[in-house]
Design a protein around this ligand. Structure first.
Ligand code: 6PG
Length: 232
């Protein structure tokens, strides 16, 4: 059975999407902090979210109540420019006073499996408030790739070691599908014509990682990624 369809939201262009998404994140943060005293946010990696993160320093408030996690991280030394947290730091967190102990970054360990287990211990016991995810051209999300282990079963680890990612670099850790789905909200951010094929596969009901993790999620698209919406 095909997973529950997501809700598709097509924005005027990538800039308008980034601004609207940054405003939505700030609004959800304020609601979460008002209701529960904290905001637990899982960050997407890759390039797409960079322009959204760059807008957050002007929009966010109560930074002392923000707790950041990564949907996935490349298994590279701290400070490596290919790490997702390097982009997040440069665009956003270096400019705001989120307590260092609440910005949960990957730490390298003896083995990739140990690093995944250590990261799992940093995750909150409760559901996340918001999970942000990108979409790969092959339909992957976080570092859950077609043909790999997505960690759907409830007894799967919360964080998976990934040894052979189809997208370089090959070694990563990734939150598993079931742990990513334990969130009040899930947003995908998808821009550019290069993602139109993966979006079409998702809309056709194909069993790709994004469709399984993103069942019932909100998908934020620009017109280039939302190919079906364009006049022929
Ligand atoms: C990563 C990401 C990955 C990314 C997609 C889209 O570590 O690369 O977590 O899942 O979100 O591949 O990447 P772009 O936004 O760069 O297209």
């Amino acid at each position: 059975m095909a997973p529950v369809a997501p809700n598709w939201h097509i924005h005027r262009d990538a800039d308008e999407l980034a601004q609207a998404l940054a405003e939505a994140i700030a609004r959800i943060a304020a609601e979460s902090i008002a209701q529960r005293g904290a905001f637990h946010l899982v960050l997407a990696g890759g390039h797409t979210p960079s322009s959204t993160y760059a807008r957050l320093p002007q929009l966010g408030r109560r930074w002392q109540d923000w707790h950041l996690y990564y949907g996935d991280e490349r298994y590279l030394p701290a400070g490596d420019p290919q790490r997702n947290d390097s982009m997040v730091t440069a665009q956003w967190t270096a400019k705001v006073p989120i307590p260092a102990g609440q910005h949960h970054r990957l730490t390298l360990a003896g083995t990739l499996e140990e690093a995944a287990a250590i990261y799992a211990r940093a995750l909150p016991s409760q559901d996340f408030d918001l999970v942000l995810l990108g979409l790969g051209e092959d339909g992957h999300c976080a570092s859950l790739f077609p043909g790999g282990d997505w960690g759907m079963e409830a007894d799967a680890p919360a964080v998976l070691p990934v040894f052979d990612a189809a997208k370089p670099p090959p070694k990563r850790i990734s939150l598993s599908a079931w742990r990513l789905r334990r969130s009040r909200r899930i947003f995908f951010l998808v821009t550019g014509a290069g993602k139109a094929g993966a979006v079409a596969r998702w809309r056709s009901g194909e069993h790709i990682p994004a469709a399984v993790v993103g069942a019932g999620a909100e998908v934020w698209l620009d017109p280039d990624a939302a190919h079906w919406s364009r006049p022929e």
